[in-house]
Design a protein around this ligand. Structure first.
Ligand code: P6P
Length: 334
């Protein structure tokens, strides 16, 4: 079988990027490959979740107070395992764990990066076969190399992200990641077990015709949000409409569509959740970084998401994200 040299695998792509920066240490490339490996293992379990007795509550609840399903734990352990045994990561923070995990061994203490992740976002959907995903963000540590990483290494604003990405376990499994140099998408070729570059240099369309939010909360939203949603519903050809409403209820799915097709995704503050529902550090920040690199925009309604100085690992934020022109229009109503 001839190898199609035109299709770069994730490993080849990260090494190609590394060759462009001779003085780079290769730690970021290695870290991205580690995350790719973890996601391939997660993908195997996600793709057979309905077959194995892997569903069902693990009997514990996570820091969000949600019932933890076994696949969440498995995914969390896969991500933590590859990062702990790699050469690039000093420690991690996860939606599934109350506090940071410091790897505190000689190699890890000399590593440059810390990683925050949601190991399996939207996992409440996997028993109904809706796409779910892994979300991650990579920061350069602030603490002194050679020492264990600290919580301050994690509580950095999203503007200081070095890389961010997600894996969507959907009709195909894709890994999409951004560095400041661009956003690139890789589709898993299960025949060879490799992620292959399928979506080079992804750009988010400046405008779109899809708005995405949970209409069930409509009367809990602020008047400004309600006015914007009503305006979306009243768009006609003369005002760039008609718009379509799409809401999967799995952030990775809604955000992947947003990135590729354009549109706006919103999880505003509600009466029940005045800070919004989505987590700043491992949901809002990674997607905001990716979206901005791709030419999109992301705010909490007033402030650029990436400028928010975090105080807590699991803090929440309202989120308006997607095509730059659509987010700007939404902000004019808020
Ligand atoms: P709601 C999934 O639980 C999640 O964290 C995101 O993936 C998703 O965008 C959001 O919550 C859906 O929340 O309140 O609309 O069900």
């Amino acid at each position: 079988m001839s190898i199609n040299r035109n299709v770069l695998t994730l490993d080849e792509f990260t090494i190609q990027q590394l060759r462009m920066f001779p003085n780079a240490t290769g730690e970021l490339s290695a870290l991205l490959r580690d995350i790719g490996l973890a996601s391939k293992r997660i993908n195997v379990e996600v793709s057979k979740a309905g077959l194995l007795d892997i569903l069902g509550e693990a009997g514990t609840t996570n820091v969000q107070g949600e019932d933890v399903l076994k696949l969440d734990l498995y995914s969390n352990n896969q991500m933590m395992g590859v990062l702990r045994h790699g050469i690039s990561c000093a420690g991690v923070a996860s939606e599934e764990m109350d506090d940071i995990v410091v790897f505190d061994d000689e190699v890890s203490n000399n590593s440059k990066y810390v990683v925050m992740f949601d190991p399996l976002d939207g996992s409440g959907n996997f028993d109904i076969n809706v796409s779910i995903g892994t979300i991650f963000g990579v920061y350069r540590r602030l603490s002194k190399p050679g020492t264990p990483c600290t919580k301050e290494d994690f509580l950095q604003p999203g503007v200081r992200l070095v890389a961010a990405g997600y894996v969507i376990y959907g009709s195909s499994t894709m890994l999409v990641y951004a560095t400041r140099r661009g956003v690139n998408g890789f589709t898993l070729d299960t025949a060879i077990g490799e992620y292959c570059l399928s979506h080079p240099d992804i750009k988010c369309p400046r405008n779109g015709k899809i708005y995405s939010l949970n209409h069930g909360n409509f009367f809990q939203y602020s008047q400004g949000v309600r006015d914007y949603v009503t305006a979306c519903q009243q768009k006609d050809k003369s005002t760039g409409g008609p718009y379509t409403e799409r809401y999967v209820g799995s952030m990775v799915s809604d955000m992947h569509r947003n990135l590729i097709k354009g549109g706006i995704f919103m999880y505003p503050a509600t009466v029940a959740k005045p800070e919004g529902k989505l987590r700043l550090m491992y949901e809002c920040n990674p997607f905001s970084f990716i979206m901005e690199v791709a030419g999109g925009r992301a705010t909490d309604g007033k402030n650029r998401i990436l400028n928010i100085q975090p105080t807590e690992l699991h803090q929440r934020s309202p989120l308006f994200i997607g095509s730059a022109d659509m987010v700007k229009e939404a902000e004019s109503f808020l």
